[in-house]
Design a binder for this molecule. Structure first.
Ligand code: AMP
Ligand code: MG
Length: 343
């Protein structure tokens, strides 16, 4: 079936029957995606600091999170928000950084009241809460080094992902024919309503589907750009066992999920390093829903469903397999055996 294409504006997301949550998540992700694009276009330096876990953070990460929190908290004040960055800490500990972040955000969104957001902290939440999992700049290393990065927002309700949005400012660098819009794209999904891609310049929305490849020769897989996040030797071993001929597409951030959902690749493999690494909810929730709504499957390396619980980590899961579903069980047979051998 030919994918449906239609010209839209924000209202037509409404006309297409999406919830208010999905529409506001898309709006917030679009604003942040444009913000990050603006920083890059204007060569605004992103010298990183390093957090306790030794991952980098820049004023772009903080600015993006402020934008998302501002627009979503005023719409959904009763909800719980779990953002990757600690906004409160940076504003308390470093007045100059706070000023720089404020100026940067105000240069594009002067209406944002930073005072409302600067003391915002992730709250402890109970399982019944509605939790927004936010990665304001997923793939900060990619952002710093001029590769891929994204903005991810998901709404999790009673441990189920309801809404997921991934903003991708630089997809044209991956495939300029298919993703020609230099302003970027949003991938989004709402549970039960399918998965879509929206071009930010052309304002078109298209339904997306995973590919139907089931022969090994056709399979392309994707993995982290950063080899320190994955067990690269095991990935090679898995590819050899399945007899995948093509080299992996190495990409930073949750865009890997988007590429499975849009049929560009058949498999996203994440055998973590160290092997007991626990994933963050904001690195996965939006991507998982988009893949599932596009007809794909997402589990951990043992084939277990992903449990979204009371913490910001996926404590019950190890690694990630996202696929076009057709090949999922075959892959999990191999990853589960290899994972058990390592335990
Ligand atoms: P990716 O580009 O898919 O490797 O994912 C980037 C995300 O991985 C970042 O948001 C980091 O929070 C997270 N990350 C950091 N360290 C690790 C690690 N050792 N293994 C897996 N993921 C990590
Ligand atoms: Mg991340």
């Amino acid at each position: 079936m030919k994918p449906r294409l239609c010209a839209v504006n924000d209202l037509s997301l409404n006309n297409l029957g999406f919830s208010i949550e999905l529409r506001h998540a898309c709006d917030a992700a679009e604003k942040s995606t444009r913000f990050l694009n603006y920083l890059i276009s204007n060569a605004i330096a992103a010298a990183p600091d390093y957090k306790a876990d030794n991952t980098p953070v820049t004023i772009a990460d903080y600015g993006s999170q402020i934008i998302i929190l501002f627009y979503l908290t005023r719409m959904f004040p009763m909800d719980c928000f779990m953002g990757e960055e600690n906004i409160r800490k940076v504003f308390m500990n470093n007045k100059q950084d706070g000023k720089n972040i404020t100026n940067l955000v105000h240069s594009i969104f002067p209406e944002i009241n930073i005072k409302q957001i600067e003391s915002y902290e992730n709250k402890n939440h109970s399982a019944e809460d509605r939790i927004w999992a936010i990665d304001p700049l997923d793939g900060t290393k990619g952002f710093i080094h001029n590769r891929q990065f994204s903005v991810a927002i998901a709404l999790i309700e009673n441990n189920n992902i309801k809404v997921g949005v991934i903003g991708c400012p630089k997809l044209y660098k991956l495939n300029s024919e298919k993703y020609s819009d230099r302003e970027g794209y949003l991938f989004f999904a709402e549970r039960g309503k399918g998965a879509f891609i929206k071009s930010l310049n052309g304002k078109t929305i298209q339904k997306i589907k995973v590919n139907q490849f089931n022969t090994i020769a056709e399979i392309i897989y994707t993995e982290s750009f950063d080899n320190s996040h994955i067990n690269i030797n095991i990935h090679k071993q898995i590819a050899d066992i399945i007899n995948i001929k093509k080299p992996p597409l190495k990409i930073d951030s949750q865009i890997k999920y988007s590429l499975v959902a849009s049929g560009d690749v058949s498999l996203y493999l994440k055998f973590p390093r160290p092997s007991d690494y626990k994933e963050n909810i904001w690195d996965n929730a939006a991507g998982q829903l988009i893949v599932e709504e596009a007809g794909g499957a997402v589990t951990d390396l043992l084939g277990n469903e992903i449990y979204y619980e009371k913490t910001d980590k996926l404590m019950k899961n190890s690694g990630i397999i996202a696929s076009n579903k057709i090949i999922h069980n075959d892959v999990v047979k191999i990853t589960s055996q290899l994972f058990r051998l390592m335990e």
